[in-house]
Write a protein that binds this ligand. Structure first.
Ligand code: 5AD
Ligand code: SF4
Length: 452
């Protein structure tokens, strides 16, 4: 008999992709995904620990699940992802109703762990080793089997993530990722190409290549084909028939090469959007963060990128209130924003994390000061986003349709702008159509369908 699993994903695209893999793995053990925890036999929290807040969310949800388990004794609860990796068996101590703890690189063990529990061999399961080899090959095979055998006939999705590397070697002083995801390792080219082919065969139009630091693809291990740079990989994937749109994330500014910039000129399906995390506009703070570029180098990269691709939309990540960040340092982040005029950004208050160097730094910034700085940054960013969106008005752009509702359609441009337009019967999800932009908001635009 089929069982029901509810998977709740927190955090980044890596986790989203891992959750898909978990779903596929479990579908082979007869689990059907359900949209909420109520009525599920198994609840999986795929967790994020990038900031304290993300982690708190996980523990508060676990607290609520305790109540459900009191009523539904056979409910199984599994914690996966970065909090599982970071906290390990301490999770059982704090949350005794949790049955399974699985680290970031052990998710493929989930079916076996569930089996052992079902057969009464154990009453708790934990596996949190960080492996030294790439974990994707078994998933890739499973993915192929799932898709070819239609083990779990999921609705067609038009955008998919493909993991090209895992882990990180940068050791930014604030970041948990090296601790939760291990050392950087690249996936073999052939596996990536094979997976993209499978996805395209299944109707996927847009591929996003995923890694913590895609620019160093192929540099850091023995498995990957050393001769293949990230730019080479992009060219290869771009040439796979059926890949209508290609994206990637994330890049580190110091490794952004001319070859990669050239790709935006040469590859017509490479979307003109670049997420280039700056973190701060102050050289003093960048140094404390162990970021390996200066403000000047960052700006040079932005200029060069725009010379290769004038319409490219650039977005960023910013941390405010890093330990030791003075008012002058913060002003430099504000002037960086003015100089680059990002299309959009993700900005966060600095948060102390376990096993990071900056957790031990002096001169922590007051929460209230962080709040004021964040608000200032976000208010100005919103104004700039609106101005930039207004500059696009009256243009006719190509969009990929993501969702068709009763009266409206949601779509996305290559530059990653969300565009809404009135329902039109010829439009279906996954179609690429032309839309004339008629109204600009801060976070999205409106348009009209243009028939040809
Ligand atoms: N505190 C606040 N923000 C953080 N980020 C990473 N670590 C921290 C932290 N300790 C932000 C960075 C990163 C994004 C994914 O999260 O901006 O690029
Ligand atoms: Fe993703 Fe980092 Fe959060 Fe882990 S800690 S889920 S790698 S953002």
């Amino acid at each position: 008999m089929n069982k029901h699993v509810f998977i709740k994903t927190f955090g980044c695209q890596m986790n989203e992709r891992d959750s898909e893999v978990i779903e596929q793995l479990l579908s082979q053990s007869g689990y059907i995904p359900v949209p909420d925890a109520e009525g599920a036999d198994l609840v999986i929290l795929n967790t994020c620990s990038i900031r304290a807040k993300a982690e708190q969310k996980v523990f508060s949800l676990l607290g609520m699940l305790r109540k459900q388990k009191e009523k539904q004794k056979q409910l199984r609860i599994a914690v996966c992802g970065c909090v599982a990796q970071q906290e390990g068996k301490a999770i059982f101590k704090r949350m005794p109703h949790v049955d399974i703890v699985v680290g970031t690189q052990q998710i493929y063990q989930l079916p076996d762990m569930l089996n052992r529990l079902d057969q009464g061999q154990t009453d708790r399961e934990i596996s949190c080793d960080l492996e030294k080899s790439f974990i994707i090959p078994p998933y890739q095979k499973l993915l192929a089997e799932t898709q070819r055998g239609r083990l779990s006939p999921a609705p067609v999705e038009y955008k998919k993530f493909v993991t090209i590397m895992q882990g990180c070697n940068n050791f930014c002083s604030y970041c948990v990722v090296p601790a939760t995801r291990g050392r950087e390792i690249s996936r073999p080219v052939a596996d990536i190409v094979e997976e993209v082919r499978l996805l395209v065969d299944d109707g996927v139009k847009e591929i996003t290549l995923l890694g913590q630091n895609v620019n160093s693809y192929g540099c850091t291990n023995s498995v990957a084909d050393k001769a293949t740079t990230f730019a080479d990989l992009l060219c290869l994937v771009s040439g796979i028939p059926g890949v209508e749109r290609l994206r990637f994330t994330s890049s580190n500014p110091q490794d952004l090469s001319k070859e990669l910039m050239q790709c935006f000129k040469d590859l017509s399906n490479l979307c003109p959007h670049f997420h280039l995390p700056a973190q701060s506009g102050s050289n003093a703070v960048l140094k404390l963060m162990n970021r390996k570029y200066s403000r000047e180098l960052y700006l040079e990269k932005v200029d060069a990128l725009r010379s290769y691709c004038p319409d490219i939309a650039i977005s960023t990540d910013i941390i405010v209130g890093f330990p030791g960040e003075t008012e002058r340092d913060f002003e430099q982040t504000m002037t960086l924003l003015e100089q680059v005029r990002y299309q959009g950004s993700f900005s966060f208050k600095y948060s102390d994390r376990p096993n990071t160097r900056s957790a031990h730094f002096d001169n922590k910034v007051d929460e209230s000061v962080k709040g004021i700085r964040l608000q200032r940054f976000q208010t100005r960013q919103d104004e700039i986003s609106l101005e930039r969106n207004q500059e696009l008005l009256d243009r006719t752009v190509e969009v990929l349709i993501e969702q068709v509702h009763e009266t409206s359609i949601q779509s996305r441009t290559g530059t990653n702008h969300i565009v809404h337009f009135p329902f039109h019967s010829v439009c279906a999800p996954g179609d690429t159509v032309k839309v004339k932009l008629t109204h600009a908001g801060r976070h999205s635009l409106n348009g009209e369908f243009v028939s040809e």
